[in-house]
Design a protein around this ligand. Structure first.
Ligand code: FAD
Length: 287
């Protein structure tokens, strides 16, 4: 039995656990993957205060981890499979067993969206994370999407590969990212190109597009998807389904970060949400 469980070790969950611990609460953080969450994907984070030259996402995450380690936050590398409340306590189930807690903060982030059409027979050549491609060299990679993430992925991969950004609409990314991509000899941009299918051709991937009304086939080594993200809120559809609202009202349950932030998905917002949740929990404890 612990005082607080934090589910998710991205910026929201890490900030929440840190703040809980600083408030003298006994907090346990559950993370199913690596600490840092989605921010580990970021090529260069330039809007997190304190780092005037920007910092690669992975490096910022290492600093967050070090901060948690120094503060003595307990991290359990386990996936929370279900979250329930028995009327008195939260019941947290993982493959390893069960934990009980007085309060909970859910900071589970997002999962990648999939394009509605066109992804048949693609197998291992289609990715929704840049991390498996991080060590690729000399490859030709297509990035599908027109937002900040697509451009960030392309800039990262273009250091050692050639990259084509394929977007069905006009660019939606920050102008500064677009400008960098346009200025890179390793990046090509195909706007108004809609994915119609993918085919394996030998060890490569042929991407079928409709570009300006005409069919176009793009031969690549891989396709990286960056077509949006959906909230990872599955735990709310489990046993907690009918109780989450009243638990939030009682000040014992909090939801923080990208999982509830719609399209305003930024690390600083997530971290601030985590701190806000932890401060709310402290107020509940002192009531
Ligand atoms: C390419 C890219 C570039 C970006 N660049 C920037 C940038 O420059 N600046 C910026 O501010 N933001 C940037 N972001 C956005 C930033 O990464 C997110 O806003 C931030 O990571 C959200 O934090 P979070 O803690 O809410 O969620 P996440 O970072 O998604 O963390 C959620 C964590 O919860 C874990 N989890 C989920 N379910 C469970 C479960 N059941 N049990 C245990 N663990 C679970 C996941 O494994 C994950 O680690 C970028 C994102 C991308 C993809």
């Amino acid at each position: 039995m612990v005082e607080m469980v934090v589910i998710g070790g991205g910026p929201a969950g890490m900030a929440a656990a840190l703040q809980c611990s600083r408030s003298g609460m006994e907090a346990v953080l559950f993370e199913k993957g690596e600490l840092g969450g989605l921010l580990r994907e970021a090529n260069l984070v330039e809007n997190y205060l304190g780092f005037p030259g920007g910092l690669p996402g992975a490096e910022l995450c290492s600093r967050f981890s070090e901060q948690l380690r120094r503060q003595g936050v307990e991290v359990r590398r386990e996936e929370v499979l279900s979250l329930d409340h028995d009327g008195e306590r939260f019941v947290i189930r993982t493959a390893e067993g069960e934990e009980r807690a007085e309060m909970a903060i859910m900071a589970t982030g997002t999962v990648p969206s999939r394009p509605g059409t066109g992804l048949a027979a693609d197998g291992e050549l289609v990715f929704d994370s840049v991390l498996p491609l991080a060590d690729w060299r000399g490859m030709s990679i297509a990035v599908l999407g027109g937002g900040d993430a697509a451009y960030d992925y392309a800039l990262r991969l273009s250091a050692a590969n050639t990259v084509t950004i394929v977007s069905r609409s006009c660019p939606r990314s920050l102008p500064l990212l677009r400008k960098r991509a346009e200025g890179s000899p390793s990046v090509s941009i195909l706007d108004r190109a809609a994915l119609t299918g993918t085919r394996r051709t030998g060890g490569r991937l042929s991407i079928d597009l409709m570009h300006n009304g005409s069919p176009l086939a793009l031969e690549t080594d891989a396709l990286l998807l960056a077509v949006g993200r959906d909230p990872a809120d599955g735990l709310l559809r489990g046993p907690l389904r009918d109780r989450s609202e009243s638990l939030i009202k009682d000040g014992v349950f909090y939801i923080a970060g990208d999982v509830v932030n719609g399209h305003r998905r930024q690390a600083a917002i997530a971290a601030a949400d985590g701190i806000r949740a932890a401060m709310g929990a402290r107020e509940t404890r002192e009531r």
